[in-house]
Design a protein around this ligand. Structure first.
Ligand SMILES: *Cc1c(COP(=O)(O)O)cnc(C)c1O
Length: 389
């Protein structure tokens, strides 16, 4: 049979229907499953046969969500988690041992930075940061005990990119497990598995849910790694709720349509901001002012739903802009239908030192807009009046 397209799989991969012949997958809100016989229970526990036992291990809703993501990412298997951070932590904690070392790109999500710098070192797992704009130095930072190459592209909030193909070659040459947090791009815009990635991580809370309703995450990738991750999560318990899995699975049906609209609106906003006299610089992967435009076009389908800009006048002016917005939501989330404005230096990245923020371009005047699905004209009107005020 001809292989189905991305958009079709996002819709048509479904749990088999029940005797009710429902069209849309029902919610399996159950903690456990019933055995036909003692023998069946034994066989299920021995994993001689496939089937659900307990929702910490598996559930039809989480399975459907995992199957969809795997198809979209081109991954062999996956594990759903209760949050994006549970996905980051579980994958690192399950694949690394005491004494191992992680090489990570410096621009990372705030809590990922905390896991690397405050939590994993307590178990003897250490890390080194590599600079996104000094890729020539990365190879020299690999140690004998380096086991993982971890990166985010585009990064949050700086929207810096890393060449996925180049990083894949480096990881392969040194036998490193290649891990990518693909949250900002989503599999619709970027598929790291095509560049040799071993393990992909998502915060499903963002564009996958897309409507600001639920927290969740997923780890997907090559079977031999996911097997170890699954052993860890089955026993330590960061399981995704069936209800949230049901929401995410429905949301994936519209991912491509929503992402195209997020990208349309973000492009319009980036063009507007780039020409504004009160804006020092705008950052958007597909904007002509982005220093890595070529790379963006090579590895991404479009630029994504987040735009950053630096307002003239630093923190005070940034605060003023945020307070003067009328429609944009003041929130720390992203990937919602509603446009959201965030000041990274004082919120999501406030735990970093000044030098750490400087190194990843989070200046006091930097503003992040997670562009929603409202009419572009209304988003521009609000931004325009807030810049004027
Ligand atoms: C939000 C986010 C996370 C964390 O996800 P949660 O669902 O909030 O735990 C991890 N990585 C990136 C890039 C994110 O934006």
């Amino acid at each position: 049979m001809k292989k189905k397209k991305f958009e079709t799989n996002a819709i048509r991969i479904q749990t088999p229907t029940t005797d009710e012949r429902e069209h849309s997958t029902p919610l399996y809100m159950t903690s456990s499953f019933v055995f036909d016989s003692a023998e069946q229970a034994r066989a299920l526990f021995a994993r001689e046969v496939e089937g659900n036992v307990y929702s910490r291990y598996s559930n039809p809703n989480t399975d459907e969500f995992i199957s969809k993501i795997c198809s979209m990412e081109g991954a062999e298997s996956g594990v759903a988690t209760s949050s994006g951070m549970a996905a980051v932590f579980s994958s690192l904690a399950s694949l690394l041992d005491q004494g191992d070392h992680i090489l990570a790109a410096r621009s990372l999500f705030g809590s990922t930075h905390q896991i690397l710098s405050q939590i994993l070192p307590r178990w003897g797992i250490n890390f080194t940061y590599a600079d996104v704009y000094d890729t020539g130095s990365w190879e020299s930072l690999i140690q004998d005990n380096t086991r993982v190459l971890f990166l985010e592209t585009p990064s949050n909030p700086g929207l810096d990119l890393i060449d996925l193909e180049w990083a894949g070659t480096l990881a392969k040459k040194h036998g490193l497990i290649y891990m990518v947090d693909n949250c900002f791009a989503t599999p619709y815009l970027q598929r790291p598995m095509e560049y040799g990635c071993d393990v992909i991580i998502h915060s499903a809370t963002k564009f996958i849910d897309g409507q600001g309703r639920a927290i969740g995450g997923i780890i997907a990738g090559k079977e031999r790694y996911i097997e170890e991750v699954a052993f860890f999560t089955r026993n330590t318990g960061p399981a995704l709720s069936p209800f949230n899995a049901w929401l995410f699975s429905k949301s994936l049906e519209t991912l491509s349509v929503r992402m195209d609209r997020h990208c349309d609106n973000a492009e319009t906003l980036a063009d507007y901001l780039a020409d504004h006299p009160k804006v020092n610089r705008v950052k958007y992967p597909f904007h002509k002012d982005h220093p890595q435009l070529e790379l963006a076009k090579k590895q991404m389908k479009r630029g994504g739903g987040v735009v950053c800009f630096e307002i003239q006048g630093g923190y005070d002016k940034a605060k003023n802009f945020i307070d003067k917005t009328k429609m944009l939501s003041r929130s720390a989330n992203l990937g919602d239908t509603r446009s959201i404005v965030t000041h990274p230096a004082s919120t999501t990245h406030s735990k970093l030192t000044d030098e750490e923020r400087q190194a990843v371009g989070i200046t006091p005047g930097l503003i992040r807009i997670a562009v929603g699905l409202e009419a572009a004209e209304d988003i521009l009107t609000d931004v325009e009046q807030a810049l004027k005020a």
